[in-house]
Design a protein around this ligand. Sequence first.
Ligand code: HEM
Length: 503
Amino acid sequence: MANYTISLMTALAIFCATLSLLYGVYKRRKLRQNPRQWPLPPGPKPEPIIGNARHIPFDFGWLQFAEWKKSYGDIIHLNALGNRIIVLNSYKSCIDLLGQNAIYASRPRFYVVAELMGLAKLTPFLPYNDELKQHRKFLHSTLKKSAVVRFQPAEEKQMKWYLSTLAAEPQNFLQNIRLLTGKLVAQTTYGVDVKSADDKYIVLAEKAVNGVSSVVTPINNLWNAFPILEYIPDWFPGAGVKTIAHEVREIVSHMVPASLEDVKSRTASGDCTPSLASAALESGNYSEEDIMWAAGSLYFAGADTTYGALVACIFAMVKHPEVQKKAQAEIDRVVGKGRLPTFADREQLSYIDCVIKEIARWKILVPLGLPRSVLENDYYDGYWVPKGATMLPNAWAISRDETLYEDPERFWPERFEGEAGNNAVDPFTYVFGFGRRICPGLHLADSIMFIFLTTILSTFDISKSIDEQGREMEPQETYVPGIIQCVISLLHTTRARVQLATI
Ligand code: HEM
């Protein structure tokens, strides 16, 4: 009995010693990670084991994150199954942290997108490494403000094509915007003239982009914690994401290399249509591998976003006829009625610039940006930002911040006019992301929005549809869950303002 008591005491002592040793190791590790011992940013109370996994909304997360701002402030911490997520709800925190600081320039590991879909080498999914720097060098040199000027004649030409479709088949205006953006991106990237919506560039790319957009949501990123997904049978609940992933992989592994091969064989046979890919090949500054993936990225990152931006232009004009009239008056005054607007008119179309800014703010296309990952432990605004955390910039919350914009829900381009307007935060400084990962397609997207809006407004009136009782129908806003938020159906009518044949 005595022996038994001693051994129990010894066991207890060993247990306590082990516990205090483990606690010591844990404390030392915590101290090494967070020497200042500052707290994590606040957030909803985590549940045992799963943390905040049940709190993170499946879709439209930016709305919930903005709501939480009222209780927890600009910076919110969530812990989902060990994955730390930090939401930045203010312009200042996004600029301060994601602005130029290299430690915030990486991306989290996108297991589904990178490994299952085979997209690890596309620019948006690369971590912050030498390969990314090469991609960005190439993209910057070909898409910077002064460089995109050379795509303007092609953009003006494609807009004429779009006008002809608007006159001939107005009911297909959405499909034709899709085709227009596909044409512009394919032409810019590969020098290909896409002829119809059935073209492989449009059909396959759209399928792949939709697949990616549907899985890159905060909740889907949780799959990153479970690479075991690969071994789960396709029929298992929740494994539907695997089927999408395999389809995308099929398309991408064929399309990305084939598109570059196409450029090479056309160049060899004397076709000199300029494109980003042909310019990069000619320069000899980049490896074929880098050109192939950086060029492939443009379709993925550019087509759907630009499409969304153009649909948002039409949506805003249907909803706000008073803005449409004012914009048309400016175009008529500067351009007249005998020709179409060109980029040369832009400097004099200051109200149009305000309208474009307001559309970008009011209909945020990528409301949570693309997630970033922190490379080093950091401290900000009294809080610890742990290494490895996923950062989500809530661009939607910025666009609705009443300290930045008066009556933020209102569509009101005049907020950017005059001296007060010059002091208002320009939406282009956050809707395209930040710092070292800012969208390289910003200037291209801006120029396409300009030529689209001015060309259409100079030639057409856009108005609400009329129902059988002769009443105006309000356009409905319906969105599909995903990283890109685009109005998916739009009821409206268009009426030509001028004889198209004469211009
Ligand atoms: C209105 C249209 C567009 C919007 C709102 C938009 C928005 C964004 C955003 C928010 C990011 C993430 C930036 C960050 O992490 O800070 C991004 C990245 C990117 N965008 Fe865009 N974009 C648009 C059009 C385009 C176009 C037209 C192209 C190219 C033709 C393009 C190419 C890219 C690429 C390659 C990246 C990845 C950059 C990187 O990870 O380093 N985007 N875009």
